[in-house]
Design a protein around this ligand. Structure first.
Ligand SMILES: [Zn+2]
Length: 478
């Protein structure tokens, strides 16, 4: 196999794969499969990180997107789905194929993303009103998100869906968030090709969700995420005990526990663990505030898809009822209610969006609480480079929030066992059995050391060629 020359996919009727987002990076997942009938996108995710840089990346789509026929979506996380309304704004009207639960989650997530874009533009334009700088427009609006919603086509797991002439996609459980899937693309024309794209690969034994499909189907080519390919996570089954211990310590000190959390997935896992801790009496009742309108809506989607639950969650659902409805849990939707949390004097847990602390209500809770040593910030998710979340993980002495410096004096606890991303053991278990049957693999969605670790896992399992594609790089699939 030869590496393509860059930004010009061959147009000789062959099949090629072009890499964009999450190529030698972590956010903005998007890979373009060029078929004789036109290009198809695997995911269409948003870039996150440095504000200006991310904004530019999110505004510009690869040239080939003008002719895009359809989008195959692995899961609803915004770094995989978040640019879909932007694509629609630029004229895309093709179908977006996704599982049923992903479709429902995107319904609430893309509307929320549009709201954030509109608010963000308003905030910066107000700031800029005092300067001669040009006004900025939101990346997309709620109308664009609604238009995108109408293009979704729901699919069942394990059932091939034809998305182009001679081309099907089949969704396999990825065990990452509700509705997440590894996608097997099978082409019969112009020649038989099987391409497996992991999306984000989940883990075994994480709360609520079924385990990833194991073994995954055989393929000729593999695109795999690599987020934690070189790391070992803590045991997910120990997370409840550790979370309860942190909360008890904070309660004893009279402090609060602030948890920045992705509204979709991680928040529901946390609520389920807390509901279990209340049920088995390992934790005394205390107020749990879920401060995110998106979490409220996403939790409703979780309630409507019990078919995606694992054995234990199904059993809890049958015996205890609603997984997320404990009387201590209070869902906050209005801005006034959110502000009222600032003046709370008693110990409590506040779970707030957004995941990487880049925007959303978490910023207010951080600025109000990180200078009090009685409090704890609990990091339960991945924090990309150049995000406020990463600076908290690094325990910087001072943090800038809303343009002001704050001292980081509270405790910072890292619970990486809540991660819903595969670690080195999971990757080896799930992908090593496929490796020797592949013609080539492509490692994406990882920082350099993790991409290299993924390459080593696949090479040592017998994969004949492993690439770490650069943005814009094109490869023929033969
Ligand atoms: Zn994800």
């Amino acid at each position: 196999m030869s590496t393509g020359s860059g930004s010009h996919p061959p147009t000789d009727g062959g099949v090629t794969l072009e890499f964009h987002g999450a190529a030698q990076g972590v956010t903005g997942s998007m890979h373009i499969l060029h078929l004789p009938g036109g290009p198809v996108a695997l995911d269409c995710g948003m870039f996150q990180g440095r504000r200006e840089e991310a904004r530019q990346l999110n505004e510009s789509f690869p040239k080939s997107c003008h002719a895009l026929k359809s989008v195959l979506l692995s899961h609803a996380h915004i770094d995989h789905s978040g640019r879909i309304p932007g694509l629609v704004r630029k004229g895309f009207r093709g179908p977006i194929h996704a599982t049923d639960a992903t479709t429902d989650l995107c319904d609430v997530m893309l509307a929320d993303a549009a709201h954030i874009q509109e608010e963000d533009a308003r905030f910066w334009n107000e700031k800029r009103a005092r300067t001669p700088k040009e006004q900025i427009r939101p990346l997309y609006t709620l109308d664009d998100a609604r238009a995108a919603r109408r293009l979704f086509r729901s699919a069942d797991y394990n059932t091939p869906v034809e998305f182009a002439d001679g081309a099907t996609v089949t969704y396999y459980e990825a065990g990452h968030i509700l509705g997440s899937a590894c996608m097997l693309v099978q082409l019969t024309r112009p020649r038989p090709v099987r391409l497996l794209y992991t999306g984000d690969l989940g883990r075994f034994d994480i709360p609520i969700l079924r385990d990833p499909t194991c073994p995954l189907p055989a393929a000729d080519y593999l695109i795999t995420e690599s987020t934690y390919a070189g790391r070992r996570h803590d045991d997910p089954t120990d997370m409840r005990r550790r979370l309860v211990a942190i909360i008890k310590d904070a309660v004893a000190a009279g402090g609060k526990v602030i948890i920045p959390s992705f509204s979709v997935g991680r928040t529901q896992h946390l609520l389920y663990e807390l509901a279990n801790a209340f049920a088995d009496k390992s934790l005394e009742p205390l107020p749990i505030y879920v401060d995110s309108p998106l979490s409220v809506n996403a939790t409703d989607v979780f309630k409507h898809h019990p078919e995606c639950y694992d054995e234990q969650a199904s059993s809890f659902w049958r015996h205890e009822g609603d997984l997320f409805g404990h009387c201590c849990i209070r869902y906050i939707t209005s801005v006034d209610e959110s502000k009222s949390l600032n003046s709370l004097g008693e110990p409590c847990v506040i779970i707030a969006a957004s995941g990487m602390c880049e925007n959303g209500r978490i910023l207010h809770h951080l600025k109000n609480n990180i200078e009090d040593p009685r409090n704890a910030v609990v990091i339960v998710g991945y924090m990309a480079q150049h995000t406020l979340g990463r600076r908290i993980v690094e325990r910087r002495d001072e943090l800038t929030i809303f343009g002001r410096l704050y001292r980081l004096l509270c405790r910072v606890e890292i619970l990486n066992g809540f991660s819903a991303h595969a670690d080195s053991r999971d990757f080896t278990r799930l992908l090593a059995p496929l490796a020797s049957g592949l013609k080539a693999a492509f490692c994406v969605h990882g920082e350099n050391a993790q991409l290299e670790a993924m390459r080593q896992i696949l090479l040592s399992a017998g994969c004949p060629a492993v690439h770490i594609p650069a943005p814009g790089e094109v490869f023929p699939l033969e």
